[in-house]
Design a binder for this molecule. Structure first.
Ligand code: ZN
Length: 330
């Protein structure tokens, strides 16, 4: 196999484990758990994945999480992702999970974390992928709910690297979670937040200044504010961009209109990720191929994206250096 056929080694930093649930596995888990699904078969469910905006996506997404009930379900979900990620060239993954999507329907946090950790702890040996967990809060729920979730997570902190903030952005500014993130930082957790996807550029600055996040998820709308771009470049704040997701959720009209080349050109520390790959039409290697073809990115630019992904990770320096070296000289 030549170098050009082998997927570039990369880190995936913006991936929701619930968003990796493929129709076939959803049906298998539903059968195993005696759960009802309103679709006849995986093909009919796959057709339902053709939603047109954020709310219809979220409705389907939360409906499907109902098949995830036991520790084994979460382990199987994570193992399926890791197996696929290995083929995509992923060598390190920082994986979001949404505790509130599960505890709200009676699944205990220990069940979720236990299942995910069972798969992740074997990942380096089985798949050559180091993996970490990011506990993410649902921003459309009250801040008190997030605070309660953070406190419930205290027995599991050895398995959790960071906290994040996701779900419907507009109307739920980062400042709503000031207290939650302050408590997370005091517990020694790293902080990231979705901002500037469908929400305004001001949410990006607010996430940095009020929540103390080290990395912005999405952040594409920073391009509307040149001063903000200058700041993100100067401080080298990583942005975890998800091109397929942006198109499917209509944040960008088509892949050919995506601001990724302009973001690279501006000197932003931008990375490419898959977000919710089973819903958005592809895994991280598909996203890399998509932006290469639609935007004409060069091999050098793709390598920069891969290098940025390791640079932007929460890996300890030695593993980061090892993975950067696997990409060759800059
Ligand atoms: Zn996301």
């Amino acid at each position: 196999m030549t170098a050009s056929q082998r997927p570039l080694p990369k880190a995936e930093l913006h991936l929701h484990i619930e968003g990796t649930l493929e129709p076939e596995l959803a049906f298998e888990l539903a059968r195993r758990n005696g759960a009802e699904l309103p679709w006849a078969d995986p093909d009919e469910l796959r057709a339902a994945y053709a939603f047109t905006e954020l709310q219809s996506f979220l409705d389907l997404y939360y409906r499907l999480t109902d098949v995830l009930r036991t520790e084994q379900d979460f382990a199987d979900l994570a193992e399926a992702y890791l197996r696929r990620a290995a083929r995509a060239g992923v060598r390190h993954a920082e994986i979001f999970f949404d505790p509130q999507a599960h505890t709200s329907r009676g699944v205990e946090l220990g069940t979720v974390v236990g299942g995910l950790v069972a798969a992740l702890s074997e990942s380096e040996q089985r798949h050559g992928i180091s993996a970490q967990l990011i506990l993410s809060f649902l921003r459309d729920l009250p801040a008190e709910d997030a605070l309660r979730t953070l406190r419930e997570a205290k027995p599991f902190l050895e398995h959790i690297t960071a906290v994040g903030l996701d779900s419907a952005e507009v109307g739920h500014p980062p400042a709503k979670f000031r207290e939650v993130f302050a408590e997370a930082r005091a517990l020694g957790l790293r902080c990231v937040a979705h901002a500037g996807e469908e929400g305004p550029p001001a949410y990006i600055a607010e996430a940095l200044d009020v929540l103390g996040v080290e990395r912005i998820d999405h952040g594409i709308r920073c391009m509307e504010d040149p001063e903000l771009v200058a700041r993100l470049v100067a401080e080298q704040i990583p942005l975890t961009v998800c091109p397929f997701s942006n198109v499917r959720l209509r944040c960008v009209d088509t892949l050919a209109d995506h601001p990724l080349p302009a973001m690279l050109e501006a000197g932003l520390l931008v990375t490419v990720n898959s977000d919710d790959p089973s819903y958005f039409g592809g895994y991280v290697d598909d996203n890399f191929a998509g932006v290469r073809d639609a935007l004409g990115l060069t091999e050098d630019q793709l390598r920069t994206l891969a290098r940025n992904s390791f640079q932007a990770s929460f890996l300890p320096p030695a593993r980061k250096a090892e993975l950067l070296a696997s990409l060759g000289a800059p």
